[in-house]
Ligand binder design. Structure first.
Ligand SMILES: [Zn+2]
Length: 215
């Protein structure tokens, strides 16, 4: 996994080039959502900017890094993913899984991160396999979940287990995960123990997608 090193202004410019009014419409919608303190729109406009993120990500899924639109997988096989869920955050691991953790993975949140529904810093293009379970409406974190409006930069205090490789808010992915052949393994040796370490568990068919950070 590599970082897509774009400044917010670069992403905004790419969106403006695609649709000069999208950010204006998004700001209006955000204002209404924040006023209600929950996301309940019956229609949305985030898919309009999906082409921008597909291009920024070199046509690869944000989680498994599989190339989009291959002949093998067909053409319509990607979504615009909200990294932090725009509505209810479900428990991790899911209740119907046998897996349990002895560490905190964060509390559920009925309203989720509603104020980020139209935040470009919360978007990524993901393949439908990754954007369905296991990611879906989950967002495991190590610390206390934030439930009131806060910037993405401040939200790093939650210590999210998933890595967001677009922009510069999160740690460089290269410092968190490395590979032995095609198997994802922790890059813990390159991380200072005093700052906490973050381990990523890979899946045999893909790259790292679930992480655990411990103090
Ligand atoms: Zn994927």
């Amino acid at each position: 996994m590599i970082r897509y090193d774009y400044a917010p202004e670069q992403i905004e410019a790419a969106v403006n080039a695609l649709d000069g009014q999208w950010r204006v419409r998004a700001a209006e919608r955000t204002k209404a959502i924040v006023k209600k303190k929950r996301f309940d729109e019956s229609s949305s406009i985030w898919s309009d900017v999906k082409p921008v993120f597909i291009a920024l990500q070199n046509r690869k899924c944000i989680f498994c890094e599989r190339q989009f639109e291959s002949a093998e997988y067909g053409r319509i096989e990607h979504d615009l993913e909200h990294f932090r869920p725009k509505s209810a955050v479900k428990p991790w691991p899911p209740r119907n899984w046998a897996t349990t953790y002895t560490i905190s993975t964060g509390a559920e949140s009925p309203a989720g991160y509603y104020w980020l529904a139209y935040d470009l810093g919360n978007y990524a293009a993901a393949c439908k396999v990754c954007n369905s379970p296991p990611k879906a409406d989950h967002f495991p974190i190590a610390d206390k979940r934030v439930t009131t409006k806060r910037t993405i930069a401040r939200l790093q205090e939650e210590m999210p287990y998933l890595c967001y490789p677009i922009g510069r808010y999160d740690d460089p992915p290269e410092s968190l995960v490395t590979f032995i052949a095609t198997t994802a393994v922790p890059a813990a040796r390159s991380t200072s123990e005093s700052q906490g370490m973050r381990w990523f568990a890979g899946r045999s068919s893909s790259r790292a997608r679930v992480g655990i950070r411990q103090a």
